[in-house]
Ligand binder design. Structure first.
Ligand SMILES: Cc1cc2nc3c(=O)[nH]c(=O)nc-3n(C[C@H](O)[C@H](O)[C@H](O)COP(=O)(O)OP(=O)(O)OC[C@H]3O[C@@H](n4cnc5c(N)ncnc54)[C@H](O)[C@@H]3O)c2cc1C
Length: 280
């Protein structure tokens, strides 16, 4: 039979994260961050110091080597603290897509981009969605064509992408997949890590969301971007499967942060009902 009991370590982790967040990320601060459209650097550094960023990555790559139940506890507590889910999104993208990126990355990508993300001085995001649609990964327009100097020549556009402003700020990048053999359908896609500061990558816009404004949601255009071979993630034409692996990991953490946010919403709502006076 499956045992759903948390370990003592996991209970202690939850307590430590909960306590830190109750002091360092109050509801007033969450509102302020949302109004200012900003995740304060001090907060991100604090999450890094606590070992929360890139939690699932191995320690030698800047993570905490945490198991997935522990990562889920972190997502739930962050969702509870930050009702606008700005911080949990920042956390879960790096714990899920960051995990896949790290697993497939070359030493160059690890050294230049991954190892500093765990301290808050980097960013690992997911750039799947395109202007034509997000669900239909195999219907994307992004192409990777062989480059004359080796590697790939990348053309495509991504939109509704979390954390583009934060990524630019700390010289971070994104997991992106594109077609290397379009006629093979989903079996002709390849994954890569694309830093946003590369020549040919241009931020297109910042979207206005309803809530969740502390973390940016933007888009980027890739025009004849030369991607050296060592920025490819995994094997050629396996990109669709790597993309799906990221979704599998992210879904669990998204669900956990929603549970945390719902719990907090319920508590705030029931407190308000108890204190409220009926009109009339
Ligand atoms: C605040 C915010 C942040 C985001 N951050 C990111 C991010 O960091 N990275 C990223 O890559 N994306 C991000 N997204 C995009 C999000 O993941 C997309 O909204 C998602 O991929 C769905 O794409 P879409 O909106 O184009 O919907 P569509 O793909 O057009 O789908 C619309 C609806 O149609 C359904 N549908 C689609 N195709 C079919 C079909 N063939 N048959 C039946 N039903 C179908 C879908 O299930 C869905 O219900 C973000 C979105 C928001 C709102």
């Amino acid at each position: 039979m499956l045992d759903y009991t948390f370990t003592e370590e996991q209970d202690l982790f939850r307590e430590a994260v909960h306590e830190w967040l109750s002091k360092n990320l109050t509801l007033e601060q969450v509102r302020q961050n949302d109004t200012n459209h900003e995740l304060p650097k001090k907060l991100i550094k604090g999450l890094g110091d606590l070992g929360l960023l890139c939690l699932t990555l191995p320690e030698e790559d800047g993570g905490s080597d945490a198991d997935w139940v522990t990562a889920t506890i972190g997502a739930e507590e962050l969702g509870y603290a930050d009702l606008s889910v700005a911080t949990p999104v920042f956390y879960l993208v790096q714990a899920s897509w960051g995990y896949v990126i790290n697993k497939l990355a070359s030493e160059t990508v690890k050294e230049k981009y991954i190892r500093r993300a765990g301290t808050g001085n980097g960013f690992l995001g997911i750039g799947v969605t395109e202007p034509g649609g997000g669900s239909d990964v195999a219907g994307f327009k992004t192409n990777f064509m062989p480059h004359k100097d080796g590697g790939w020549n990348v053309n495509g556009e991504k939109c509704y992408i979390s954390g583009t402003a934060e990524a630019v700020d700390v010289d971070g990048g994104y997991f992106v997949s594109g077609f290397t053999k379009r006629e093979a359908g989903h079996r002709g896609m390849t994954a890569a890590f694309v830093p946003l500061n590369w020549e040919g990558v241009e931020i297109t816009k910042r979207f206005e969301n309803m809530g969740r404004m502390a973390i940016s949601t933007g888009g980027f255009q890739m025009t004849d971007v030369h991607m050296p071979e060592e920025y490819q993630l995994g094997e050629t034409n396996r990109g669709f499967y790597h993309t799906m692996e990221g979704f599998d990991a992210a879904r669990v953490l998204v669900s956990a942060s929603c549970i945390g946010a719902s719990q907090r919403g319920l508590e705030i709502g029931s407190d308000y009902i108890k204190e409220g006076e009926a009109v009339g």
